[in-house]
Design a protein around this ligand. Sequence first.
Ligand code: SF4
Length: 264
Amino acid sequence: MLPLLKNRVDPPIESYMTPVMTRGPSVIVFSNDMTCNLHCWSCRSGPIIEKRQDEIFRQTKNVLDTFYDSIKFISPIGSGDPLASPAWLKILQTFDIKKYDNLDIELFTNGLLIPKYWDSLSHIHDNIVRIKMSVDAASKDVYEKTRLGGKFEEMDRAMKFISKLGKDFILNMVVESDNFTDIPLFIERAIDHNATRVNLTMLRNWPDIRGGDETFHKKDLANSNHPKYREFLKLLEDNESLLSHPIVDSSRVVPAGHRVIQRS
Ligand code: SF4
């Protein structure tokens, strides 16, 4: 049993913190550029192309050059798209992979630019172990309403392309009131495209969401007062076997802190 907080005795700070790092990090998840070729409303209030590309390039290169002997895994970039960012594209295209000892790279991307740039990354093909693609939809109308700036046909082409690369292929869907009806098709498409995992998560109230709190509350299916809440639960109930497929992680689709698939 965990001790009550008031009874807990913390170890001396020196035992887990030293004033100077004695070894470098082995895992680095980068989020240092918001540049993206899309401008999804759930993520930002408008298109973002960061101007400080030289600074991002220098900063990233400095981190990689400093810790090359300890880094085992990197993931660019949770904040934008690594192939839409000129700085990150240059980092990846000029990566001196021979300096590293078995470096694993995860690309966190909307996927659209992978077919265009894949050949230019041939020197790191073996190191790219995983492609994590955020898609959020499975039909043209929902995709183009959700992933602003994206064309369904391009996404479809990119999914087919990535599915043949033989990499760990993860598909992400942020569930909200405009796209939840696509969940079954999303999982079926993921299975058809050799995805190794499907992550379903609920919409979160990011500070940059377009339309702020008002949009969030309009789209948030975790709210049991949402007009589509019951329809959402019914869809989940009706698709329980798809949601339990071994590649699907639906554990975070939990509105209001309760199990979604509940009998009423
Ligand atoms: S693709 Fe990802 S990073 Fe780009 S705008 Fe959409 S959610 Fe944000």
